[in-house]
Design a protein around this ligand. Structure first.
Ligand code: ADE
Length: 231
């Protein structure tokens, strides 16, 4: 998979890709990440990329021309399956969308700043808009890093133990069950007996029940969600 990330602050988003699973995925050549600084496509030598919004109102808007130049260059070079814009005014990222995106070949992620991008960029180029939650961040960079992490860890071969992504929370619309490690007793706090029993069908059953209990308590909305529901 190739991911091109367009941003006004590359330094804000680069470091998550330099560690742990995202780094390993690149080392294994399972994903290829390219950052593009929007200022390299600016209108003048001062690096102008934004302007006041028509109609008045606080906040700058990223202009169409630099983004158009950057996107047009990339699109000429290869075919992209998705051109994604990170924005709070969009459908929220969920595991189902992460699963879908994990099997595509090439995608572009455009991150907004200030008041966002000129609507005409969205109308002309964007194939999917993604929010990471109902709150507003200072820019789309951290949101893009979240999206990339959620997607890249699902690419086959990225996680050492392939089954571990399958048992993540949300894969079956359930939160994950509790997990424990050694010691079996700490300060009088005991690990549930069943986990020490070696009876794996019973352990699976216990985990499923606990996942269900936790989901009912914390996120009952997930239980009514269609498994294949996505955006
Ligand atoms: N940019 C600012 N806030 C965001 C959010 N919640 N999701 C995606 N992009 C954003």
């Amino acid at each position: 998979m190739r991911i091109d990330i367009i941003t006004v602050s590359p330094e804000l988003i680069q470091s998550p890709f330099e560690y742990s699973i995202l780094k390993r995925a690149q080392d294994k050549e399972l994903v290829d990440i390219h950052f593009h600084n929007l200022r390299d496509f600016s209108l003048n030598k001062y690096g102008k990329i934004d302007d006041y919004q028509f109609g008045g109102g606080a906040g700058m808007v990223l202009m169409m021309e630099p983004i158009d130049k950057c996107l047009t260059k990339l699109i000429k070079e290869r075919a992209y399956d998705e051109i994604i814009y990170m924005t709070p005014d969009a459908k929220t990222l969920d595991q189902s969308l992460a699963n879908k995106l994990s099997s595509i070949e090439n995608m572009i992620i455009l991150t907004g700043h200030y008041k966002g991008v000129d609507q005409r960029v969205r109308d002309k180029f964007i194939t999917k808009e993604v929010s990471i939650g109902d709150y507003v961040l200072s820019g789309g960079e951290l949101a893009a890093a979240v999206l990339c992490d959620a997607v890249i860890r699902l690419i086959p071969g990225v996680l050492g133990d392939e089954t571990s992504a399958l048992t993540d929370s949300f894969q079956d619309n359930l939160l994950a069950p509790p997990v424990y490690t050694r010691p079996a007793e700490y300060d009088g706090l005991k690990v549930p007996e069943v986990l020490l029993s070696g009876n794996f069908p019973k352990i699976d059953e216990w985990r499923h029940e606990e996942a269900l209990k936790r989901t009912k308590q914390i996120r009952p909305d997930l239980l009514n969600k269609d498994k294949n529901e996505s955006q």
